[in-house]
Design a protein around this ligand. Structure first.
Ligand code: 3EB
Length: 342
């Protein structure tokens, strides 16, 4: 008897920047000290983000699959795909009109997913240089980015329920770099957090075009075989739509961790028909973005014990998209946590 359809396995790991890459690689993103790429190298997209200051630890985020990979380039985007998953990376160069350049880059990405047939975007990362720099209109780079992204989504009729999990944080240079994962047949369910107003419903105070993302995306790869993934967006110390614990790094860390706990807990997942009960200990490939280097020790003391001993956790000292946010945390629940899901 043929059991559930088995989809190509998707895998994310943090590795040494200099390590040899074995296996079938979909994409590599280096969290390093210089911006470069994306380019196609060794058969897959490769991009370097400027996320580390001098002496801070670098790492490479490596996305792999179990199926054969094909790659290509389209309007400045580099991509690789395996029949089920698409990895794509791009960059809007610094110094340009960020509304237009973000819109164009996102439009290219939406065209690409349509013609390659990977219509469900499940996770997006955006790294924005000078993210809090104020512009002539009294906005800032992040608000311009949000406008460009929203314009592209509107033009492709990406409605709120189709907006995937995302991260948007600062970088030390290189314009707006972004990368994303999309899938072909797996089912993507976008998940909100009852403690937070959906970002796409934020009041205009945070930008005339609200940010277009969900708090998490659940990826069901096959009915009931426990091989689901949960992608948790960059999460911050926000209740409703407001920053809480302004200036208080401990309060912001605890609130952020609590926000994630509620997001992944059984009560919230049940609202989406998902029968699973997850905790912070189920997260892997965690990134903790910290605005002020001086807070790093406190952040590590509070956050490290919250995650499983075996989890990969990277701490990155970059700016965050509101002046008053000091920390933002993201992660992935891999299929390994399947025992907890039914
Ligand atoms: C927030 O919750 C914090 O604009 O894509 C987190 C994750 C944040 C993604 C985005 C912004 C984004 O509003 C900021």
């Amino acid at each position: 008897m043929i059991s559930a359809i088995s989809l190509a396995g998707l895998d994310c790991r943090f590795e040494d920047v200099a390590a040899e890459r074995s296996g079938k690689v979909l994409g590599v993103v280096e969290y390093s000290n210089r911006p470069a790429g994306p380019v196609l190298r060794d058969g897959h997209p490769s991009m370097s983000l400027s996320m580390c200051g001098a002496g801070e630890p670098e790492f490479a985020e490596v996305w792999r699959t179990s199926a054969e990979v094909t790659n290509g380039e389209y309007k400045g985007l580099t991509y690789a795909h395996d029949g089920e998953y698409l990895f794509c990376s791009g960059r809007a160069e610094e110094g340009s009109d960020y509304v237009a350049s973000t819109e164009n880059a996102y439009l290219a990405a939406l065209e690409l997913i349509a013609f390659l047939g990977y219509r469900h975007v499940v996770r997006v990362w955006n790294m924005v240089a000078r993210i809090n720099d104020v512009d002539d209109d009294g906005g800032n780079t992040y608000i311009q980015f949000c406008r460009g992204r929203a314009n592209a989504f509107e033009r492709h009729s990406v409605s709120a329920n189709l907006m995937p999990a995302a991260t948007c944080v600062g970088s030390h240079g290189g314009g707006i770099a972004f990368y994303f994962i999309a899938c072909r047949t797996a089912k993507a369910t976008n998940i909100e957090n009852p403690r937070q107003v959906p970002a796409y419903e934020y009041p205009p105070k945070y930008g005339l075009k609200a940010p277009s993302f969900a708090r998490a995306t659940w990826l069901s790869t096959a009915e009931g075989d426990g091989s689901d993934y949960m992608f948790i967006s960059g999460t911050a110390s926000i209740l409703g739509s407001k920053t809480v614990y302004e200036g208080d790094i401990e309060g912001q860390c605890v609130t952020t961790l609590d926000n994630i706990s509620v997001l992944v807990g059984s009560e919230n997942l049940a609202r989406y028909g998902i029968d699973a009960d997850l905790t912070l200990k189920d997260l892997d490939c965690v990134k903790v973005y910290v605005k002020r280097g001086a807070d790093m020790a406190v952040v590590k003391r509070i956050c490290s014990p919250a995650f499983a001993d075996h989890a990969q956790v990277a701490y990155v000292n970059v700016d965050i998209c509101r002046d008053d946010l000091l920390v933002e945390i993201e992660g992935i629940v891999p299929p390994g946590a399947a025992g907890r899901m039914s």
